[in-house]
Design a protein around this ligand. Structure first.
Ligand code: S3P
Length: 174
């Protein structure tokens, strides 16, 4: 059975996965899925509440389930949480079902984009910039291994990034 590949966005918090994902879905005419929204809806709790009451380990179990669900679909756009592909099984599943595009940005740009919202438990640190730099360093290899292609989003609008991501998707999906 021929299957239309999914378009999957991965990358660190604040790299624009959700806004770019929505735009790509609108242009491609694909349904849009956000694994964090899926998890929050299913748990009837926000992501910070899940971290607070259940802890990160159970959040990751919920995330694995979300990845499994989206990987059963085809012709959808998926934005994943920033830690999703740190689990090699999640990464392998996503790669099998679609084109995985990594969105990147500098630590400064990530800090700027995430500092206005309080919904990222992992960035609640005394020095959020140092925390971002540390996590980026720890995660870099996993992000690169999981991705088919990457797009730098620093200083760019979501529309501009979406155009590049769609071009990558179309070429890979041909
Ligand atoms: C996380 C990223 C968040 C969310 C959770 C953990 C991470 O998603 O899944 O707070 O480990 O990087 P966004 O990347 O959409 O902010």
């Amino acid at each position: 059975m021929s299957r239309i590949p999914n378009l999957i966005l991965i990358g660190f918090m604040g790299t624009g996965k959700s806004s770019v994902g929505r735009k790509c879905a609108a242009v491609l005419g694909f349904p849009y899925h956000d694994t964090d929204l899926w998890i929050a809806r299913r748990a009837r709790m926000s992501i910070p509440q899940i971290f607070e009451t259940e802890g990160e380990r159970l959040f990751r179990a919920r995330e694995r389930e979300a990845i499994l669900q989206v990987s059963r679909r085809s012709a959808i756009v998926v934005s994943t949480g920033g830690g999703a592909v740190l689990d090699p099984e999640n990464a392998a599943r996503l790669r099998e079902t679609g084109v995985v595009v990594l969105l990147t940005a500098t630590a400064e740009s990530i800090l700027e984009r995430t500092s206005h919202t309080g919904h990222r438990p992992l960035l609640k640190a005394e020095d959020p910039h140092a925390r971002i730099v540390q996590l980026l360093r720890e995660r870099e290899a996993a992000y690169c291994d999981a991705a088919h292609a990457s797009v730098d989003t620093t200083g760019r609008t979501a529309d501009d990034v979406a155009v590049e991501v769609i071009a990558i998707y179309r070429q890979a999906a041909e």
